[in-house]
Write a protein that binds this ligand. Sequence first.
Ligand code: T3D
Length: 261
Amino acid sequence: MASVLVSLDSSVLSITLNRPEKLNAFNPDMHKLLREAIERAAGDAQVRAVLLSGAGRGFCAGQDLSERDVSPGAAPIDLAVSLGSNYNPLVRKMRELPKPIVCAVNGVAAGAGANLALACDLVLAARSASFIQSFSKIGLVPDSGGTYFLPRLVGSARAMGLALLADKLAAEEAERIGLIWKVFDDDALTKEATAIAQRLAAGPTRGYGLLKKALYLSGGNSLDAQLDLERDLQREAGFSHDYREGVSAFKEKRTPAFKGK
Ligand code: T3D
């Protein structure tokens, strides 16, 4: 079986990490297929939303540690190569994708797996799921955007606690502190996440892409710069088909039929 499963239905590209015996830990093949799936989402106009999840009882356990030879006498490993060639390009592609990515965290999300989830736009989780910044347990630094996402999502005190202690954070607590959007009962997660992804896939895709850009750039911008950015993005949104359709539908008291253009 492929280590990443991809299917398109109702304009939603479903991407399922598929190494369940390793809790969907990353190996080179999974990196390649996941990157290709995100590239497909970017290039295929039929795709208007992405739904990312994991097969089996875990979401993703981060780097596959069985791939790292740390036995006595083994050559030192330059982890910058791994981040530079795999994790960083993946996170960049996800954040730059001008379409919403919904993440359904079905089980434990550890290390780069936790931060892969946080790189998505809307993070949903099963009640039994959990998040672990497990890096410090093996002497590493949170990567895949963890040191960027965590303080912005939950504040620096909680970010430091999560990173230093590397304790398991239950999904409900993750929702309570604002790390993720919403928790669902385990047996409802897939249905709810699919419904949300389909709802987004029927929405004003160009507007969503622009709002992602606005929100993600806001962290590094002054209010002045952000106001200018909003003006420029709103200009673009206002030229879209979906803006005209949205306003027409409002005036005609009907549901808009967005085309994603
Ligand atoms: O190297 C680089 O490229 C640098 C980049 C690093 C990015 C990172 O992600 S570093 C962090 C790597 N991940 C971890 O440190 C997490 C390791 N895993 C765990 O701590 C635990 O497995 C979990 C907390 C995630 C889940 O615990 P539990 O008790 O539910 O399951 P388990 O029994 O530990 O795991 C089930 C199986 O999955 C088990 O295999 P086995 O014994 O049944 O054959 C376990 O070895 C395997 N597994 C889990 N995580 C990994 C893994 N195998 C390889 N790599 C893993 N990361």
